[in-house]
Design a binder for this molecule. Structure first.
Ligand code: MAN
Length: 348
């Protein structure tokens, strides 16, 4: 099932629309933007993934070295110890690397469809030993005029969740890692419940357990506790291999509505919904049996990594939620849903 109304202008942003942000690189993919309102405009915080122009027979990608400088690693594609089966990651002699380096880049728009790069607002790049493979998939939430950015930090040490606070999008207060490896897909609720902050996040447990959505609470957004699992992957369904939160849950009359992603063993990424109790979001009231959005458009089926629709940001206006999403891990798109319609699919 698919109840999304895609923008007629999709894809709204492609790699060729922008100039690379790192000297000597080209943009390979635009992915999974955070979304927020600021100064009367709609803003996207894009994940931009770059690497050098590829030479015949070689695979090359950038990493930050211990001095924080970009360094290019190159491997011979014919090396039998190299595993190239996934375009996103490679394994060389037992070590994992990403094939691109990602950073976060702001763009803004008056109409929510045509985006441009605003003067004076810079990209946010990885910093320090926990981000040497870059930063990705940023959720943005506003609390009392402050914006909180929860994003994926990647390095050989693992994949975790970092937090940055800003009020002006020019000065950034880096709070460090709030969920240690392996963890990603962290969406902070846009208001407190009973005086506490809440967040959804996705730890991965490689042996017992899996890639499940968890809920945690915090007095200060830095220290998180009372962790509880609210959604597991489901055998035989569209979300059988992994699930993870999208953007911040949306408060409706029926509870917190969370649009999440689920993938099956073939890495086909769809979107579904969860409904959580208003006062106690650890209580799951309903969950999509079928996806509310599937990769059915050509640009969602073919690209850097095909068959992917992935969102981690949206805007709400009355009954309409406008999601911005990465399609095929390569281009940025938009789509709208009626919140009432999503809720009605949850009632079977
Ligand atoms: C997965 C994919 C990649 C991402 C890495 C690290 O392999 O989501 O796009 O770069 O994880 O987060």
């Amino acid at each position: 099932m698919d109840i999304a109304n895609r923008f007629a202008a999709n894809p709204i942003l492609r790699p060729s629309d922008l100039k690379p942000g790192i000297e000597g690189m080209e943009i390979t993919c635009l992915l999974n933007p955070g979304v927020f309102r600021f100064k009367g405009k709609v803003w996207l915080l894009l994940r931009v993934a770059e690497r050098p122009r590829q030479q015949e027979g070689m695979i090359s990608f950038p990493v930050y070295n211990s001095l924080g400088k970009i360094e290019i690693l190159s491997f011979d594609k014919n090396d039998p110890t190299l595993d190239l089966s996934d375009p996103r990651v490679i394994n060389y002699k037992g070590d994992d690397f990403l094939t691109t380096l990602s950073y976060l880049r702001p763009m803004c728009s008056g109409d929510g469809i045509h985006f441009y790069e605003p003067d004076g607002y810079d990209s946010i790049f990885g910093e320090g030993k926990q981000e040497t493979f870059g930063i990705e998939d940023c959720r943005v939430v506003e609390h009392e005029g402050q914006y909180f950015l929860s994003f994926t930090e990647v390095s050989p040490l693992g994949v975790g969740v970092g937090l940055i606070q800003t009020s002006d999008w020019k000065n950034f207060d880096r709070k460090g890692m709030i969920f240690p490896p392996h963890n990603k897909d962290c969406a902070i609720f846009d208001r407190k419940i009973n005086g506490k902050y809440y967040a959804l996040h996705r730890p991965s447990s490689p042996e017992i357990g899996g890639n499940y959505i968890w809920l945690s609470e915090s007095p200060d957004m830095i220290h998180w506790g009372n962790h509880t699992c609210i959604a597991t992957s489901r055998k035989g369904k569209w979300d059988s291999a992994r699930v993870g939160a999208g953007g911040s849950p949306i408060l409706t009359e029926e509870g917190w509505l969370e649009i999440y992603h689920g993938a099956n063993a073939d890495h086909r990424y769809c979107l579904g919904a969860l409904l959580l109790d208003k006062d106690d979001p650890s209580k799951v009231l309903a969950r999509s049996e079928e996806p509310i959005m599937e990769p059915i458009a050509t640009y969602e089926q073919t690209g850097f990594f095909g068959n992917v629709v992935f969102t981690n940001g949206h805007l709400v206006d009355g009954d309409t939620v406008t999601i911005y999403y990465g399609a095929s891990d390569e281009v940025i798109c938009g789509a709208q849903f009626s919140i009432k319609e999503i809720l009605s699919t949850l009632k079977k």
